[in-house]
Design a protein around this ligand. Sequence first.
Ligand code: CA
Length: 223
Amino acid sequence: MRLLVVEDDPDLNRQLVTALSDAGYAVDSAADGEDGHHLGDSEPYDAIVLDLGLPKMDGISVLESWRRNGKMMPVLILTARDRWSDKVQGFDAGADDYVAKPFHMEEVLARIRALLRRSAGHATNELVCGPVTLDTRSSRVSVNGNPVRLTSHEYRLLAYLMHHNGRVVSRTELVEHLYDQDFDRDSNTIEVFVGRLRKKLGIDIIQTVRGLGYMLSPPADAS
Ligand code: CA
């Protein structure tokens, strides 16, 4: 899952990027409204954290413009405490949720999880495919109840496939959603990660769909 943080306060921007990266997301960041607007318009983010008070272009205008351009990614706005009008304006501009400043980072992480889960059509934080379970709260993966240790890239790959269980996900889509903009992208590495993931999970739930990409499917029952 790839996220964008648009926040002009450098400390807060860094804290958000660090916390979200540590939680297993690929994260890009912007420090003003123009840059944020451009990134959100041109890159396929799974969710965006957007401050409202921004230099060059305010957050409400940024959000309105994205929505006018048909961008549907979930957006979590950061509002000043006690500014109820911010929240109303934000929701009317197309926000999906808000957090009031100052906030606890845990709350931002929980709200992002909820937005990602809902936008992918899942009811809970625990995603299941056959014997494989992925818990987006703890970033833990298990097979038949036995924990499996994954690197952050392997986890990101599996999490994306599990969020989009039931459809074919192309390599291009994976590259766009697993790496931040500074990452040296080479779509061949996706195949390497898929290979490692299959090995670590020990069962084959990742199907290669020739010429199209990958799709999860629980192993056929042997009995
Ligand atoms: Ca600000």
